[in-house]
Design a protein around this ligand. Sequence first.
Ligand SMILES: Cc1cc2nc3c(=O)[nH]c(=O)nc-3n(C[C@H](O)[C@H](O)[C@H](O)COP(=O)(O)O)c2cc1C
Length: 339
Amino acid sequence: MSQIKKRKKQHIDTVQNHLVEPSDSSFDQVKLPYKALPEINFDNISLASQICGFEVAAPILVASMSGGEQYGKIINTRVAEACEVENIPFGLGSMRIVLEKPESVTTFAVKKLSPSVPMFANLGLVQLNYGVGYDEIMRVIDLVGADGIYFHINHLQEAVQPEGNTNYAGILKKFEKIIPRLKIPFVVKEVGHGIDYESAKKLRNIGVEWIDVAGTGGTSWAWIEGYRRLKENETMNERNLGYIFKEVGISTVDSIRELKKIDGLHIIASGGIRNGLHIAKAIGMGAQVGSLAKPFLHAALDSTEAVISLIQDLKYELKVAMFCAGIKNIEELNNLDIK
Ligand SMILES: Cc1cc2nc3c(=O)[nH]c(=O)nc-3n(C[C@H](O)[C@H](O)[C@H](O)COP(=O)(O)O)c2cc1C
């Protein structure tokens, strides 16, 4: 098995079998206003939303997770099928492996199962310093027929990863040259350690319009890589690099608070979103969409029906949250301006 395939499999096994969430969801601290007399009909509450210009049934996105190895095809297939039924967007996992092993594209090729919902490709931004340029980006997009693309920034993960790519020097300049040539919408995301105001501002200044904050409070990628550093028979311990850095970063809630000060920036909230109430709070604070990874991993490893059922639960919980606040659509929820 190639190193990259092995790594992806280890990631999924680690998320399945170990504690990878070092802190509580930051949304547990946020309050949604409560209206005792809402004067709206629950059945008329609308979740209709937009992401990157695409109309979807609800502001819920299945976060980028997988592809490239045995679980990848299963996960992407079940997620694509479920998202088509429920009319919500989803992300594919990092597609760098496709550039190294073109045959692995089959594990990402699920667009035919989800023709009517936006599907986002995914590449690490740091790869711009490791041989990836405009042509490679367009190749991965075209190979799977993606509607948009996520570029992830993950320097902490890469630094803890035993074989990580840690040269981020000059990345912004390279990205700036590529942005005007991108033919589809794109989003910059972290992977679970959050995005600060200054970095988001720099991204906005070069033309980035959508950022997924992927903050702390959920899956910690430093910790996951820490498990991969353990030697045989070694258990997690205080000297483990991933253990030391597992909670470093900015919470999802704090990232939203900072980034909503930036004009023209649209925010996707991920990192510790675990239910529809969390999604309602994220949107009430100023995000456009809420996104989850870990809960969907467990569902996708079970069945397409389990993914559908989770999406339906999230939609219902979001509606109940809106009912409690007397709000009938996503635009009104977004205007709440929860601090
Ligand atoms: C199994 C798994 C694989 C992931 N792979 C990727 C990836 O390839 N690219 C990426 O940008 N993020 C990846 N992520 C990060 C998620 O998209 C998300 O930002 C992060 O897990 C925080 O969300 P959560 O707390 O809901 O899990 C992965 C997450 C999980 C659980």
